[in-house]
Design a binder for this molecule. Structure first.
Ligand SMILES: [Mg+2]
Length: 114
């Protein structure tokens, strides 16, 4: 079982502590602006993570010696902020993760039997 603990709640608390903005209380046009900025941040961080992965196949590197945890953390923080602003709690996220995990597991088992 995959576990999400307090990602969304902790991201929400951090936004309140650092910026005085509760993502869950931003509404209307302000929420659209907030989400637009956070999605742009998320996309940027995914790009930075991709850069850390040495993804170009034409670069012949056998060894992987990068620590990608800091970029992964950036991705999770932006995602947590987006979830907090859209009403997705840690409990809701955990339920969705469980559903997806079961679905992926069934799919993998089906492939193994084929
Ligand atoms: Mg980054």
């Amino acid at each position: 079982m995959m576990r999400i603990e307090n990602l969304v709640a902790d991201c929400r608390t951090a936004q309140i502590d650092y910026y005085g903005t509760d993502p869950a209380s931003v509404a209307g046009v302000d929420r659209k602006r907030y989400l637009t900025a956070k999605v742009a941040g998320l996309a940027t961080e995914v790009g930075e993570l991709s850069q850390e992965l040495d993804w170009p196949m034409w670069k012949d590197r056998d060894e992987f010696d990068h620590d990608i945890s800091m970029e992964a953390a950036d991705v999770l923080i932006f995602l947590g902020n987006i979830l907090a602003a859209t009403g997705v709690s840690d409990e809701i996220l955990q339920t969705a993760l469980d559903v997806k995990d079961r679905r992926n597991r069934r799919r993998a088992i089906g492939r193994a039997d084929a």
